[in-house]
Design a binder for this molecule. Structure first.
Ligand SMILES: C[S@@+](CC[C@H](N)C(=O)[O-])C[C@H]1O[C@@H](n2cnc3c(N)ncnc32)[C@H](O)[C@@H]1O
Length: 398
């Protein structure tokens, strides 16, 4: 049946109606008329896949990537960048409005790179085929190249079959010098490691958390700061947007004395904030990341930062009112409720909340809004062509 696509949903899928029932159609665009095959028929909604585009929307453009229509990696490569940015602003504002948060986000900061911007890719291996999952599925789409990563990673992808992995997962991380770390989860015996070492700029291979070649970390640089990053430590996936995030942290921590950075990773935002402040404390659960942070403060000659390895919810005693600013950059699950409660009790003047999940961000803003007003929310297009977006919020104590 033919469906007219009305708008995008919050996951970047087109929405239409069939006999008054809502239908979600991945890879469709508002304004399209599409012939659809029903893939899921639930009580309250349907899901469908495009069989044929009967009449393309004026917003539609040809995706650069030949895998786009099937691949579960990107959601919005079939519209212009202007539309993609507009989609993200609308999405955030819809989510804020749905939770009665009275704030209109107007700014979205663009990535200087539309393609080849990611420093990390994770591929699945199933029965020796290597690729991404198909949209909304656990079936594999074999790929030879991904437009989101650079040539150093793509050249390695071409050679990955030579490793003879039958089933598992391969993550490739790349630093500012195009040095690569390969992180493998698989019980299969690897072949041709010597070939990889001679053909690619590999600094380390880690299999099932064991370093089997070189080092289990690399150094990378953002602006004038150098960071050791262990294979399993978080690092922002888009170096260019990471720079822009650093700039926002710098602007919003000027003239602040004491700063607390919860969920600090390898100490990135803590060290940027430390350059502006008398003292910064970073808290992080990943032991390797904290060891990296302690080294990062030394190599960057920053002596007013300290780091503690802990789950944030176990260091509530560190959240005290002598901090001027608390930076929150949690995982997708958001900030622990007791942590938010303690920040509110201690009346810390400014909260900088960096989030990659608008749903948990809004959940947490709803708690904080009792004591804090939103001074600013900006979006960063960290994950270009995906439905995901990074938010940067500054809250001031009422
Ligand atoms: C989105 S990352 C942000 C890291 C850092 N701010 C950056 O920009 O590189 C979230 C970090 O929170 C850490 N994390 C996750 N759960 C945590 C918890 N309960 N307590 C402390 N840290 C946690 C993760 O290991 C990860 O390093």
């Amino acid at each position: 049946m033919n469906i007219e696509v009305i708008k995008f949903d919050n996951s970047g899928r087109g929405i239409g109606y069939l006999d008054n029932k809502i239908i979600f159609i991945p890879k469709s665009v508002p304004g399209d008329i599409v012939l659809v095959k029903i893939t899921k028929d639930k009580k309250d909604y349907l899901e469908g896949s495009i069989v044929k585009i009967i009449k393309p929307s004026k917003l539609r453009k040809e995706a650069i990537c030949p895998y786009f229509n099937l691949c579960g990696g990107c959601d919005l490569m079939h519209v212009s960048l202007t539309e993609e940015l507009e989609y993200k602003l609308t999405k955030i504002n819809d989510i804020l409005r749905s939770k009665n948060i009275d704030y209109q986000v107007k700014d979205i900061i663009k990535s200087d790179r539309e393609y080849a911007y990611r420093n990390k890719i994770t591929l699945k291996v199933i029965k020796q085929k290597i690729g991404y999952y198909l949209s909304d599925s656990h079936e594999l789409l074999e790929i030879k190249k991904c437009y989101l990563v650079n040539d150093a990673i793509n050249n390695l992808i071409t050679d990955l079959p030579k490793l003879s992995i039958i089933n598992g997962e391969i993550t490739i991380r790349c630093n500012y010098k195009n040095e690569l770390l390969i992180i493998i989860k698989s019980t299969d015996t690897l072949s041709n490691i010597d070939y990889f070492i001679t053909q690619h700029n590999i600094v380390g291979i880690i299999q099932n958390n064991k370093c089997i070649y070189g080092e289990d970390f690399f150094f990378t640089q953002i602006q004038d700061l150098l960071f050791k990053v262990s294979y399993d430590a978080f690092f922002q996936v888009n170096d260019n947007m990471c720079e822009k995030l650093f700039n926002l942290i710098r602007e919003n921590t000027l003239n602040q004395k004491k700063i607390l950075d919860l969920y600090c990773g390898v100490g990135t935002l803590s060290l940027v904030a430390a350059l502006n402040s008398d003292y910064t404390l970073g808290i992080e659960i990943n032991e390797n990341a904290i060891k990296d942070a302690l080294i990062n403060k030394v190599i960057n000659k920053i002596d007013n930062a300290e780091f503690i390895c802990s789950d944030t919810k176990n260091i509530l005693n560190q959240i005290t009112n002598d901090y001027d600013v608390v930076i929150l950059d949690p995982p997708r699950s958001g900030v622990d409720a007791n942590v938010l409660k303690k920040i509110m009790e201690q009346k810390i003047k400014t909260i900088i909340y960096v989030s990659c999940n608008p749903f948990t961000l809004v959940r947490d803003l709803n708690i904080l809004k009792e004591n804090y007003i939103i001074k600013d929310i900006k979006l960063l297009d960290m994950f270009v062509w995906s439905e995901h977006v990074e938010s940067f919020c500054v809250l001031n104590l009422r």
